[in-house]
Design a protein around this ligand. Structure first.
Ligand SMILES: NC(=O)c1ccc[n+]([C@@H]2O[C@H](COP(=O)([O-])OP(=O)(O)OC[C@H]3O[C@@H](n4cnc5c(N)ncnc54)[C@H](O)[C@@H]3O)[C@@H](O)[C@H]2O)c1
Length: 298
């Protein structure tokens, strides 16, 4: 298959990342279906995408007609079969849990045509391992977007042990069509970007635990001292603390490197329902800012 042959794309999960990916695919004119776990979440996801497109119209980045054309290309469903049966590419953005992802890929392997490419947006879970749940490891690849997916330029592409050149080329070309800069990294827990950022965030949480500085003070120092566009706690709350926790746990178990051991504070927060910025994570009690009662500026 070549990129010109791709007509239908299925996105699994329409949360923080999935909603941005759906928007990108539909914006390119692909028939885009997404799978979600309840009718309520399908409805909420549609509203989230519509809200994001409306803001783009308000800012003059697209016309109302383009917004309507994009929305007309999107269909959400709670049936995995309906979402994926005609897909040329499936892009997965369900929670960061290896067993859940492998179970889902196994089901999809039965549902999808033989030519369908499976691309995982996982932040950390090894591509070779996920691919082993299917009978098409040559058509399995990592396509790691950044948050917000419809804005951030980088796509980290990861080949599994037996991903074919043809699969790589289709996903590379799709990334270019989306206006992204694809960069290849090797397979391994956390690839490059996630190992880099989660290592850094875990150490910063440990400094907070030690009382070296507070949430707002650390964010200000990192922004103004190192030129980050946002502080590490605003970033962590934006990414989702449950996702960071699962990634750290996985990288720690796989590598044995204590630098990835999830800090106790993070564990406590996630268990208590503090899983990130409530504007990003519906149902969250909050992130670091809410947990420590610090007013948000960003
Ligand atoms: N948040 C980030 O900044 C970021 C960045 C890059 C990659 N990722 C990766 O993207 C994936 C999704 O992360 P997210 O931040 O969008 O998470 P999220 O919690 O916002 O969204 C996940 C969605 O998947 C849905 N879902 C679909 N099938 C499901 C199932 N079988 N069981 C449970 N939920 C199911 C959930 O209802 C939810 O809407 C993860 O693998 C994560 O590591 C996240």
């Amino acid at each position: 298959m070549k990129i010109e042959d791709v007509k239908n794309i299925c996105v699994l999960g329409c949360g923080i990342m999935g909603s941005g990916i759906v928007q990108l695919c539909a914006g390119l004119g692909y028939n885009t279906t997404f799978y979600e776990i309840s009718d309520e979440i399908v409805k909420r996801s549609m509203e989230r995408i519509k809200g994001s497109l409306s803001r783009a119209v308000e800012k003059g980045k697209m016309t109302k007609e383009q917004m309507e054309a994009t929305m007309a290309k999107i269909k959400g469903t709670t049936s995995l079969k309906e979402a994926a049966a005609n897909a040329d590419i499936v892009i997965e953005a369900i929670p960061e849990n290896l067993e859940l992802k492998k179970k889902t890929w196994k089901q999809l392997d039965e549902i999808c045509p033989k030519h369908t490419i499976f691309a995982s947006n996982t932040s950390s879970l090894m591509i070779t391992d996920q691919a082993s749940a299917t009978n098409r490891p040559d058509k399995f690849i990592g396509m790691h977007f950044f948050n917000p997916a419809h804005v951030m330029k980088l796509v980290e592409i990861i080949r599994g042990a037996v991903t074919s050149d043809e699969t790589y080329k289709v996903i590379y070309d799709l990334s270019i069509k989306m206006g992204k800069v694809p960069v290849e990294a090797k397979d391994g827990p956390g690839f490059f970007t996630t190992r880099f950022i989660c290592y850094t965030i875990a150490e910063i949480i440990r400094l907070l635990e030690l009382g070296i500085a507070g949430v707002k003070e650390i964010d200000t120092m990192v922004r103004l001292g190192f030129g980050w566009p946002m502080g590490p706690f605003v970033l962590a709350d934006f990414v989702g603390l449950d996702t960071i926790y699962h990634v750290l746990e996985y990288c720690y178990n796989e590598t044995g490197n204590p630098a990835y051991k999830p800090p106790m504070l993070l564990r406590k927060m996630v268990i208590a329902g503090y899983i990130g910025d409530p504007r990003q994570k519906p149902g969250s009690r909050g992130g670091f800012y809410e947990y420590f009662n610090v007013p948000r500026e960003q």
